[in-house]
Design a protein around this ligand. Structure first.
Ligand code: NAD
Length: 273
């Protein structure tokens, strides 16, 4: 069985949502591949711990506490990262939240839920990419990967705000790809399918279960996610390492002609919807 061994020595990779789940798993894989890392999240305790794990793998890694909805802080962190590392070659704009109040009906989902979900998942992603694109443009080099979701294919009425927020990420990705292509910057997105992370274990799965006829009787969050994932072509969940592999593929020079693309890392879930 073949395999890909990545080498990111000399790269400086910025990751948002790096304290947990897919962001954390991707940070560790980049560290194993030799990349220096600027790790961002609003969870400082866990974020610092991930930075230490990366440093223990022999790379330079620093944690920056940052709420991606705070434009001034995002821009300030960009400046700090440039001071600390001198450049940014890759950005994984990954931080996101699930929908805190599920539908349907539509009128049961408060404005605050729409504003928070779109504010973090879409606007937060936009603010981070906007900030870090500037040094990439100056360098005439960069790789940007955003995290969307296979929710854009299923468009479940349970999570209308989340669907809109992640569809927004794809619209932004396609738009930015055209603008930044003039500066030799690749812009792509990954769509995870079902990865059992704290987003699910700490509430998301339970809220979905409460609104779903099929999942309603299942108590354990992991079984909820496994049951959803079992409908995919390969009938299984993905790991954070599966997602890291997709992100690293899109950031690697081997993929330099790939831009404006959506890579579903979903065991074929989108093809079965
Ligand atoms: N887990 C899945 O199956 C799945 C499926 C589709 C899409 N996604 C997307 O993948 C991304 C990562 O999710 P995950 O499963 O690793 O979840 P997670 O909850 O484990 O990690 C998300 C991280 O983002 C951080 N974060 C949230 N809001 C933030 C903000 N405003 N500013 C800074 N940091 C913030 C959190 O503190 C957390 O560390 C999200 O965008 C999510 O929507 C996940």
């Amino acid at each position: 069985m073949g395999s890909i061994a990545y080498n990111f020595k000399g790269d400086v990779v910025v990751i948002t949502g790096a304290a947990s789940g897919i962001g954390k798993g991707t940070a560790l894989q980049f560290a194993k591949a030799g990349a220096d890392l600027a790790l961002c999240d609003f969870n400082a305790e866990q974020g610092e711990a991930v930075a230490k794990e990366c440093r223990d793998l022999g790379v330079n890694a620093k944690f920056y506490q940052m709420d991606i909805t705070d434009t001034a802080r995002v821009n300030a962190v960009r400046d700090e990262v440039l001071k600390d590392f001198g450049k940014v070659t890759c950005l994984f704009a990954n931080a996101g939240v699930s929908q805190d109040v599920m539908g349907p009906p539509l009128e049961s989902v408060p404005d605050e839920t729409w504003e928070k979900t779109i504010g973090v998942n879409t606007m937060g992603c936009i603010k981070v990419c906007r900030a870090f694109a500037i040094p990439m443009k100056e360098a005439n080099y960069g790789k940007i990967v955003m995290t969307s979701s296979i929710a854009v294919y299923s468009l479940s009425p349970i999570m209308a705000a989340y669907n809109v927020s992640k569809m927004g990420v794809l619209a932004f990705m396609g738009t930015l790809c055209a603008e930044l292509g003039n500066y030799n910057i690749n812009v792509n997105a990954v769509c995870p399918g079902f990865v059992y992370t704290p987003m699910y274990s700490e509430g998301g799965a339970l809220r979905i279960r409460d609104k779903s006829k099929v999942l309603g009787k299942i108590e354990d969050p992991k079984t909820v996610v496994e049951t959803m994932a079992s409908t995919s072509a390969l009938h299984r969940m993905q790991t954070v390492d599966d997602l890291a592999n997709g992100v690293m593929f899109l950031c690697a020079e081997n993929s330099k002609e790939i831009t404006g693309q959506v890579l579903n890392v979903d065991s074929g879930a989108a093809r079965r919807i």
